[in-house]
Each structure stands twice: as C-alpha cells, then as structure tokens.
Design a protein around this ligand. Structure first.
Ligand code: LMR
Length: 337
C-alpha cells in the first residue's frame, strides 16, 4: 500500500486551499485592478464630484485591490474617443451625457426629447422605473453595460442676444451635442445645429463659429466659462442633460465576484450622493453666473414658454417610433408624482 508522508499531506492540503480561495490568494500578492474613469467636465460639477467620490470610496473600501484613476476635463479623451477607448479596453468607466449614446441604442435618445420631463424628480422616477432600467441595459449588444444614472440638470439656452421666443433663434448657429434628436430641435427653430465636442465650445463661441448653444446645464455653462463669451442666457429648461455611468460589459463581468459586488455597492452610494446634490449645484452655478455680471439671465413667462414648447415638441412625434411610444408615455407619466 502506498505510504503518505507528513510533507506530502501538508503540500496537498496547501494546494486544495489555494485552489479554493483564488481571490484571496491573488489579492495578497497581486497588483491592484486599475479602472480608468475618463470624462469631459470640470471637477466642481455633479459628474466631476461623483467621479472623485467614487475614487475616494474605492480607495477606502477596496484598498490595494482596486485603484480608480480619474481623468477630468477631456484630459484623456473627448467623449467620442472615450467611447471607442471603452470598447477597446483602454478605459473602463465613462459617464457620457446620454446625448452621446444614440449610436448604440435608439431608446436612449428618449432623454434628448424636448420638454419631456418637468424637473429632475420626474427624471429620477422614470430612471428608477421599468423604462429607465430597460434603457440602462439597451447597449449590451455593443458590449456596453449601464451601471447607473447620474443627474446633471435641466438644459438652458445661451446666445449673444436674448432668446425670448423661438423667432429669436432663427438663423443662429447653435452648438448641440452629437445627437440627432437635439439637432432636429434646432432645425425646428429654423436655426442651424452645429455638433461640436464639449471642449471646443468656448473657443467656438469666442470666434463666432457658433452664435450660442441649444441647451446645457448651469454647472457646465459656468465651469466652462461660457458666460464670458455669451451675453444672454434663457432659463428655458428645454430638456434634461443626464448621464449614464457605463463600463465595458466583458471587463465588468470578468472582475472577481467580491470586487464587483463591492463596486456595485459603492456606485449605488455615489449615485445617491450625485443625484441628491445635482439640483443644488446647478442653482449655485446659476447664481455664480448672475453674480459674475456681464450676462443677463432671462426667465420666460408662461406664454413664451408655451411658444418654445410648441416650436420644439414636433420632434417627439418625429422620433416616437424609433425610441418607442411606450417608453415616451412612461416618461411623460413620470411628471405626475
Ligand atoms: C456636452 O457635451 O455638452 C456635455 O455632454 C458635457 C457633459 O459631459 O456634461
């Protein structure tokens, strides 16, 4: 009969333990998993703060297992290059405005429709409901996984002349994000949409390549200093600019289970913080613009607001089949609390 020595038994037990606990065994000696998070806005905006909080919490809770590197202000990629880099695995996290995701999902274009949501509370209700959750998963065929929705805020129009009625925008060249829905809204005003990367807008306004822009948030307007090159802003609330935190689906599914679970928990915590603070951050930025002087912020009366709505909302019908009438209905219903 074969004799087992004490040494061989210890060795065999050691092998079994190492095989049973691969995660722990690796974590002790291996390098941290590096997650690059690239975005295009400033740190003192809802997304900028969210990225920094994510980095901080991951450092606190996952120590040497995972390292988040944040690249703000288009310092690594603009949104278009960032999306390509996500697909090739050169970056692992992005949170683009959903206006940049229409090429991967027709339903995500819903968020670009004009005057669809009355306020951020309605946006939250929709995002947390079935429709929002469906859109979050709508890009998996492209290997893009939606992890969460992060708020920025409602869109405001700016130019170098007061935009009080849709007629005021006629003939103007207005910057929009690369979204067919946003471009269509500008066409409805008989103005000219110019798709332009976020980082190029200030210069575009300064040199007259564009006369203004068709809707962005107070926090983006102020942190990009567009108020230095735009004399008039209209509190139009003509749409929402919200983000989807996205990752490369294969990368995410390939993470060790315990790491992915902890990251999901941290993301839920960060999402709550971003969404709780976004409204206030935007109101502060609006006030900062007013305090900086040199720019007039116009509020619209009911009749003027109706004119803008009437001018832009044919776009809802135009994109209804592409986006999905049921989703649009659910979004409209989210305005009733
Ligand atoms: C824009 O391009 O205007 C925005 O999508 C930028 C951003 O990320 O908020």
């Amino acid at each position: 009969m074969r004799q087992y020595t004490f040494k061989s038994i210890v060795f065999a037990v050691g092998c079994v333990v190492a095989l049973a606990l691969p995660g722990q065994a690796m974590a002790a000696n291996s390098k941290p998993i590096v997650i690059k998070f690239s975005h295009v806005v400033a740190n003192d905006t809802p997304k900028g703060q969210g990225a920094q909080l994510l980095q901080k919490l991951v450092k606190e809770k996952l120590g040497d297992k995972v390292k988040i590197e944040v690249y703000p202000n288009s310092s690594l990629y603009d949104d278009t290059k960032g999306l390509n880099a996500l697909l090739t695995g050169d970056v692992q996290l992005l949170a683009p405005s959903m206006a940049k995701l229409g090429q991967y999902s027709s339903s995500v274009q819903l968020f670009d429709l004009p005057f669809l949501f009355d306020n951020l509370e309605a946006v939250t209700r929709f995002e947390e409901g079935d429709g929002g959750q469906k859109i979050l998963k709508s890009m998996q065929g492209h290997n893009i996984l939606g992890l969460a929705y992060w708020h920025n805020g409602m869109r405001q129009m700016t130019a170098n002349e007061p935009l009080l009625t849709p007629r005021d925008a006629r003939g103007m060249k207005l910057r929009v994000e690369p979204s067919n829905v946003l471009a269509a809204q500008i066409n409805e005003l008989h103005a000219v949409p110019r798709k332009m990367a976020f980082g190029e807008v200030y210069q575009g306004m300064q040199t007259g390549v564009v006369d203004g822009q068709g809707g962005n948030t107070w926090s983006n307007i102020y942190s990009q200093k567009w108020n230095e090159v735009q004399s008039d802003m209209t509190e139009s609330n003509n749409g929402v600019l919200d983000y989807m935190l996205i990752t490369n689906a294969k990368f995410w599914k390939g993470l060790p289970d315990d790491v992915r679970t902890q990251l999901d928990d941290i993301i839920a915590q960060v999402t709550k913080s971003v969404n709780d603070k976004a409204g206030e951050l935007n109101q502060q930025a609006k006030q900062d613009i007013i305090d900086a002087g040199g720019t007039e912020v116009h509020e619209l009366d009911k009749a003027q607001l109706k004119e803008w709505r009437d001018a832009m909302t044919p776009v809802v019908e135009q994109f209804s089949d592409e986006i999905g009438p049921d989703l649009i209905k659910a979004a409209q219903e989210s305005n009733q609390s």
